[in-house]
Unconditional design. Structure first.
Ligand code: SF4
Lengths: 194, 500
């Protein structure tokens, strides 16, 4: 018998006499927290990420200011005029390692947990570009912010690779002291556009 | 047998040794207190936490009860998404699959995301024997690997090490396997994390093959989920050309929507955060993004054994958050090594016997490594009733000795008790003897219990094991039956039973 068939047969015999149908209690919803954008900003800042709020027409200027001359890579669909930024062209990991910063948009923001989710569509680029550079500038539209995790799950397409980001890379492995910045971007700068 | 450290002594021996290590006890007390407080704070923030736990337990229970169907669905969705699915009956098969995929790439090294399943199967050692270097990339795993040490906690495997010890390990060992630690490295956690970043970056950038586990595997979409903090997971899941994920068959959840309660429960229970810094999900191969060859190894290695146990089955709901370790009074004092397995603490005390059986003395000692205080059940995000499973496993240990040629002292004592209790005359005689012992102890004993009752100190013979760490209360000088007779059921006003 193949390993597959043997394991499946063992599973079936282990569950012999166990009723397979099981009613899962529904997951509760959080109560209405009011201004989602404000909660989102507060919770993102709790992770020691930086948040700047701006109006749509000022976006390019604000991002350029955040970059402050850093050598930035951007995804092909970013649709933002950033002088000096280089569009991703399938760079190798070594080439990406020479960029200081990356600018992406996002798919959804979660207010309750201060999380940003990327689904790596063309305005966010493939996963590697938002990982290797040390500064991640992430543009989130206020309209993209949802209340909690279940709202995000309902919006997201599992067929796409997803990256959920809650603050900069961090570790608590040394005496359980939280340290920001290990392998992922050590600085996360969120620009919230309304 | 796997998932247990070879040659470990049984729990009581290992625990006694650990208790003598004051540095270890200080490190552990500090670390577990910190994480307990963090968890309590973020859990208190969720008013509906108990309902969320019920939902989380329900998602996992439902997946387990129809596991064969979900596994077939998972295999199907993964294959359609471009992944290659392998099945492994045991540790040896799983390791052989990982080695052969790696070798087919002509690679002699892999980068690894922290994964309990790969530790359980001893993958690093197996790959090394095959000439493949496996680099752990999680900071705590790196500390353990460089220190040639054993992990002692599910989430923070180097919890037993403090910053000064970590600095020493980095200074002495990093240079031998790659970029050395910088000169003048301090013991500030930020500096130590910085040294790990520099050391591992060259490995991430050049790696061709990565090995991961998965926190969840979604059957209907073929999605694997890795929850992490440092970004080492993202590096491994994104940069290499080939990704091999070793996934225990109990990691399955039925649907994409099932991730909701799980992703709300896990970070708060585990690191005490509203959400962990990074969660990656992927379904097979995405053209032009990330690994273009994706392998998934579905691992049994004792899980079907646990699944067949009607009481113990619930242990397979475990999402490895480690909350039960951090609240356990036994774990807090002895640390993880005493459990002799990659799964320490309360969950380890039930999971190891369930996966492996209680045939060896080390595993058979684990169900007793608990005070049954119930703190673990209270914090468990998927409501595993660990105390009940512990009691049930104790019964399994006793059962496994039923046919022994030389019975255990408890078995002899219990047989004797049954013989005594089954006859009124024999019982009365035993009570007289016990009352005499009580009067003697009451007069001469130097040990007293809180409340003033006299107690026996350390007894000789087979009872020594029981009394070496406990006080045995002195028996009352008069038994209940004797008192009843003497006082005509209490009606003669004979209140004083004497003795206690
Ligand atoms: S048994 Fe429960 S509390 Fe313990 S690690 Fe597993 S999920 Fe967490």
């Amino acid at each position: 018998m193949s390993a597959r068939d043997e394991i499946l047969a063992k599973v079936r015999s282990a569950l012999d006499g166990v009723e397979p149908a099981y009613a899962v209690p529904p997951a509760p919803r959080v109560p209405d927290r009011g201004d989602l954008a404000a909660l989102f900003v507060e919770r993102v800042e709790d992770y020691r990420a930086v948040v700047t709020r701006c109006a749509a027409p000022d976006l390019a200027g604000v991002v350029a200011q955040v970059l402050d001359g850093a050598r930035a890579v951007v995804p092909p669909g970013l649709d933002l005029d950033l002088p000096g930024a280089v569009t991703d062209d399938g760079f190798t990991a070594y080439e990406l390692d020479r960029f200081d910063a990356v600018v992406t948009r996002a798919r959804v923001g979660i207010a309750e947990t201060g999380t940003i989710v990327l689904d790596h569509a063309p305005d966010q680029g493939r996963r590697a570009i938002s990982l290797v550079p040390d500064l991640h500038v992430c543009i989130v539209d206020a309209g993209q912010v949802v209340a909690d995790v279940p709202d995000a799950i309902a919006l997201l397409d599992p067929a796409r690779p997803l990256t959920w980001i809650s603050g900069p890379s961090a570790t608590s492995d040394i005496e359980l002291d939280r340290v920001e910045g290990v392998h992922g971007p050590r600085t996360l700068h969120v620009v919230l556009v309304s | 047998m796997s998932g247990t450290f070879v040659g470990m002594p049984a729990f009581p021996t290992a625990a006694r040794e650990a208790l003598g290590d004051t540095q270890l006890r200080r490190n552990l007390a500090h670390a577990t207190r910190t994480i307990r407080d963090k968890r309590a704070k973020v859990v208190a923030e969720v008013e509906e936490w108990e309902e969320l736990r019920l939902a989380g337990a329900g998602v996992k229970e439902a997946a387990l009860r129809d596991l064969a169907t979900h596994l077939e669905t998972l295999e199907d969705s993964l294959t359609r998404a471009g992944a290659t699915v392998h099945w492994a009956r045991d540790a040896e098969e799983a390791c052989a699959i990982v080695a052969s995929v790696t070798k087919a790439q002509g690679a002699d090294e892999v980068v690894k995301v922290k994964s309990m399943a790969t530790q359980e199967i001893g993958l690093n050692e197996a790959l090394e024997a095959d000439g493949i270097a496996a680099w752990e990339t999680d900071l705590a795993e790196l500390i353990v690997q460089l220190g040639e040490d054993l992990p002692s906690h599910i989430l923070v495997p180097a919890i037993h090490r403090n910053r000064a010890e970590i600095r020493e390990i980095f200074r002495r060992r990093m240079g031998a396997v790659g970029r050395p630690a910088p000169d003048g490295l301090s013991d500030e956690p930020a500096a130590l994390a910085g040294a790990a970043r520099e050391h591992l970056r060259e490995k991430f950038l050049r790696a061709k093959v990565a090995v991961s586990g998965a926190n969840f595997a979604v059957a209907d979409t073929g999605t694997l989920v890795v929850v992490e903090s440092e970004g080492n997971g993202r590096m491994c899941l994104t940069l290499p050309e080939v990704l091999i994920s070793v996934v225990g068959i109990e990691k399955v959840v039925a649907t994409w929507a099932d991730l909701d309660p799980m992703l709300r429960l896990l970070p708060r229970s585990s690191t005490g955060e509203r959400m962990n810094p990074y969660t990656s999900t992927w379904s097979g191969v995405t053209p032009g993004d990330g690994p273009q060859e994706v392998h998934v190894v579905l691992l049994d290695n004792g899980r079907t054994r646990a699944l067949a146990d009607d009481v113990g089955r619930q242990a397979l709901r475990c999402i490895r958050c480690s909350a039960c370790l951090n609240v356990c009074p036994v774990y807090e004092r002895v640390g993880g090594h005493a459990y002799g397995s990659v799964y320490p603490g309360p969950i380890g005390a039930i999971l190891n016997p369930l996966l492996n059986g209680v045939t060896d003395p080390q595993t058979a000692s684990l169900p007793y490594a608990s005070t049954l205080c119930g703190a673990c059940f209270e914090v468990c995000p998927v409501r595993i009733d660990i105390p009940s499973v512990l009691v049930d496993q104790r019964a399994a240990v006793v059962d496994s000795h039923r046919d022994d040629r030389i019975p255990k002292p408890e078995a002899v004592a219990m047989k004797g008790a049954a013989w005594t209790f089954s006859s009124a005359r024999r019982l009365a005689r035993a009570e007289q003897a016990s009352g005499l012992a009580g009067r003697v102890l009451g007069r001469f004993s130097r040990t007293t219990l809180p409340g003033g009752q006299a107690a026996a100190g350390r007894l000789p013979g087979p009872a020594a094991g029981w009394t070496s760490a406990r006080d045995l209360p002195a028996p009352p000088a008069e038994s209940f039956r004797a008192w009843w007779l003497r006082t005509n059921g209490g009606t003669d006003g004979g209140q004083d039973g004497g003795g206690s």
